[in-house]
Write a protein that binds this ligand. Structure first.
Ligand SMILES: Cc1cc2nc3c(=O)[nH]c(=O)nc-3n(C[C@H](O)[C@H](O)[C@H](O)COP(=O)(O)OP(=O)(O)OC[C@H]3O[C@@H](n4cnc5c(N)ncnc54)[C@H](O)[C@@H]3O)c2cc1C
Length: 408
């Protein structure tokens, strides 16, 4: 059911990242006339995050802004950067905002869109240690790039071989550092795509000269009292490091909702803000999009994803729900990509780590694989196989036996 806005209604968006910007843009292109206020804690105008682990590290790329500055004025979107929403009063329909100078104010809303993203997990005990980095913001990326510049031929350890860890390892290697990638699971990306595809990703890194230590944990980040000097693994070995990047996952930014009565999803289903299938949260007029949002999917399962396309699609759906045009929304096939070295890895569909995996081509570098469950196609993944991956989309939109896509 849609929650159509009055023509002059005020929409407040908390979080000026991809999800926030796309909701604001969709509201304007969909014809909403009332005030759209976007409040972002970072001091920068909204920028794109995928380049942070790639081009922003490897090239003098500058900040990858999502929109030119004039977009916000031309679209009458009131962008308030450097301001933090501290609390939501869902009964009074106001948010409490603090400015950098310590002053606070109350901002009323008719509709509230929460797009607050994630905070990276720190390695326990290594918070604030010099030479230890996480990667979520442009400021993080610039700090890391500065550190790489100080140790151009140095040693780096990346803890965690999820997508951000793998991409960062590739970038550090590309810049000439000697890189060790450490992952407690049996392979990189095992949780996302299983160990068979994870093995292909391991090969991609080891062929380039990155040392992949999977199936092993990290006991401690070792310091000389002030700066990092290495990483002690659970087998007792210490890998020397001039810098360490921690990529051990992130947590949804929901602390500001304490006491708001807005329902959160349980940790078992990924946490974040509990929403229905158009992003509506439990309080009237409140929606959530992007990495922080845990939506009910069309099968009735609560799902929280941390991917760019997912955020863009959710933003279009939330705007449509607010504009009362959500009947036109078509369910999408989940998609994400990851650029590592010169290869684009793409995953389309609903892969599960325990799906059956069918690698149908592999030339030692580029590969293509289908995933199936109970004899039915669930997903496709490829490296350097853009056309073949994308061609599978229609087959994922309808139930397709795996036999129909496998070569004879
Ligand atoms: C390094 C990196 C690489 C990535 N690479 C890929 C990739 O290759 N492919 C892919 O599919 N996805 C990738 N992603 C994921 C993709 O960027 C995210 O899915 C997307 O940015 C999510 O957008 P969002 O709007 O939900 O959150 P964000 O972009 O994180 O924006 C949230 C904003 O809200 C602000 N905020 C939080 N709390 C408050 C508050 N209380 N008040 C005001 N503001 C607040 C934050 O400061 C932040 O600016 C990558 C992410 C990172 C970090």
């Amino acid at each position: 059911m849609s929650e159509k806005l009055d023509a002059g209604a005020t929409v407040v968006i908390v979080g000026a990242g991809l999800g926030g910007v796309r909701v604001a843009e969709n509201l304007r292109t969909g014809g909403h006339q009332g005030p759209v206020v976007m409040i972002g804690a970072e001091t920068h105008p909204p920028y794109d995050r995928p380049p942070l682990s790639k081009k922003v590290l490897t090239e003098p790329a500058g900040r990858p802004d999502l929109k030119p500055d004039e977009f916000y004025t031309d679209s009458s979107i009131e962008l308030r950067t450097g301001e933090h929403v501290d609390a939501v009063d869902a009964a009074a329909k106001t948010v409490t905002v603090s400015r950098a100078d310590g002053s606070t104010y109350e901002q009323p809303y008719d509709a509230l869109v929460l797009a607050t993203g994630l905070l990276p997990r720190e390695f326990p005990g290594a918070e604030g240690v010099d030479g230890v980095y996480t990667l979520r913001t442009i400021d993080d990326a610039e700090k890391l790039r500065g550190a790489i510049g100080e140790h151009p031929d140095g040693a780096a350890v990346v803890i965690g071989a999820g997508f951000i860890g793998c991409e960062t390892a590739a970038s550090l290697h590309t810049l000439g550092m000697s890189v060790t990638l450490v992952e407690p699971a049996p392979t990189p990306l095992a949780q996302a795509v299983g160990t068979e595809i994870g093995g292909l990703v391991t090969r991609q890194h080891t062929d380039k000269g990155v040392t992949v230590r999977s199936g092993i944990g990290v006991d401690e980040i070792v310091t000389d009292g002030a700066s990092v000097t290495g990483v002690r693994l659970s087998d007792g070995q210490t890998v020397p490091a001039d810098l360490v990047v921690v990529g051990i996952g992130s947590t949804p930014v929901v602390g500001f909702l304490d006491g708001s009565g807005i329902e959160l999803a349980s940790r078992e289903v990924g946490g974040g803000i509990a929403c229905n299938e158009v992003g509506r949260a439990s309080a009237e007029g409140v929606f959530a999009v992007g990495d922080v949002a845990n939506w009910r999917d069309h099968g009735g399962t609560q799902v929280r994803a941390e991917h760019w396309n997912h955020t863009v699609e959710q933003a279009a759906i939330v705007a449509a729900a607010l504009l009362g045009t959500d009947h036109a929304v078509v369910p999408a096939v989940p998609y994400f990509w990851s650029d590592q070295y010169d290869l684009k890895i793409q995953v389309l569909g609903w892969p599960k780590a325990d799906d059956e995996v069918h690698v149908v081509s592999d030339d030692g570098n580029k590969w293509l694989a289908y995933f199936s469950r109970d004899g039915m196609l669930t997903a496709v993944a490829g490296a350097g196989k853009v056309g073949a991956v994308m061609k599978t989309r229609p087959k994922l939109l309808t139930p397709t036996p795996i036999a129909d896509v496998l070569p004879d």
